[in-house]
Design a protein around this ligand. Sequence first.
Ligand code: ADP
Ligand code: GLC
Length: 486
Amino acid sequence: MTIRALHVASELYPLLKTGGLADVAGALPPALIERGADVRVLLPGFPAVLGGLSDLRTVARIGRRFDAPHVTLEQGTLPASDLVVYVIRADSLYDRPGNPYLDAEHVPYGDNAQRFALLGWTAAQLAQQLDPAWAPQIVHAHDWHAGLAPAYLKAAERQHGKAFAHSVFTVHNLAYQGVFPAHLFGQLGLPADYFHMQGIEFYGQLSFLKAGLYYSDRITTVSPTYAREIQTLAQGGGLDGLLRNRTHDLSGILNGVDYSVWNPATDALLPEHYTASQLSGKHACKTALQKRFGLASKGDALLFGVVSRLTEQKGLDLLLAALPEIIKRGGQLVVFGTGDAALEKGLQRVAHAHPESVAVELGFDETLAHAIIAGSDVVAVPSRFEPCGLTQLYALAYGSLPLVHRVGGLADTVVDASLENLADDLTTGFVFERFEPDALGAAIRRAFALYARHTEWKATQRRAMHQDFGWGASAERYLALYRELA
Ligand code: ADP
Ligand code: GLC
């Protein structure tokens, strides 16, 4: 039996991306389709989404919803992949350029509750045949933006006395909870008793994330270690009690890599290609990167790269604290990202003080991201917490050894260069345990020590490049979950 599943998300690569969620939304549905499922995606009609789809046509007229006067549901396809994408056209809510969540001053839009309630509501309507030609058996909602979908589904089930679809809710990041003032509850059109501790209420406010966690049939998150971490008081963001209660419905399924996008042998965004058996092109990528960022052209300087959102989560303040360890040993650092103004300033200050060895550029650009992942010797991901993390997986594929904090998906995907791991040919990178400068500093020293052992470094690069983090195994696990529910 073919299973019909609707993925509900707020971003999707290559249409619109602020982080790893877009990579997952862009790669998981095709991986499921390849394995026989009938999968479609629902997105808000942001300009980049409407502009990037082909064959757009209207499927249903919804009329007035959440203050938007003329809402319609449209359907298009993603060029190159034929993925069917439903889009909600509600221009007063979504027709705003740039970041899908924040205004030009980096402040969340004042009507985000309405903007994303419409996303969850429409998902539940699709399960009730809003499109006469297709309805999902599984609604798979991603992050707080889609958190109300399971709530609207449960409400419809109660109203009609039958279930329209089963729901899976995937937590990509528990730190973003979609919390809004309680007075907005009336606008959501949910049953009055849903505003409750056993429901959508969260310390007197509304939480879209909690709605997803509470009303979904199954919960997944993006790595096995993060699935355990979020059930602890320390990392549960106030929701650990609920997550522990649902521990039997909760599983961690690791994200995968789309190797058609991230492969150094074919990557069109690189100055030169390379493979595990033919690494010389990687050296050319490093030279090009040093040049691009105005660093000293030293082939033997150990080059650390960072491609990241610049937020508290990513732990770059710790990297700054350990920076003397890199500079003292003749290493170099390239940081590329955007986010917190204070962190941006701090990084720029350091680059200014060490122009030969540290370069910082602010922005978001796919080409530069690929160039850094390929041209670096080490890709640093010192996150305080990391649900899965994709950059360390991309780094492995590019033979750029990841240096990571032992948390979440980072702990599940990188093997440290300890003596015993080296002896057993297991090493793929550098892992530090305590989130403290001396622990990170020691991992940096391990990187320099391994780099000095040329043959072992090369062997480790090859091992990293041979790791398989493709979507295959994870897509199978999602399918098994869908089958269990359907
Ligand atoms: P998160 O989703 O928490 O940001 P991930 O590691 O899962 O972390 O995913 C980050 C994604 O965003 C990767 O595809 C990474 O290459 C990309 N990315 C991060 N910062 C930038 C940037 N400044 N420019 C381009 N891509 C970026
Ligand atoms: C979130 C997490 C990141 C994860 C990504 C995709 O943004 O911060 O760790 O890889 O979602 O699941």
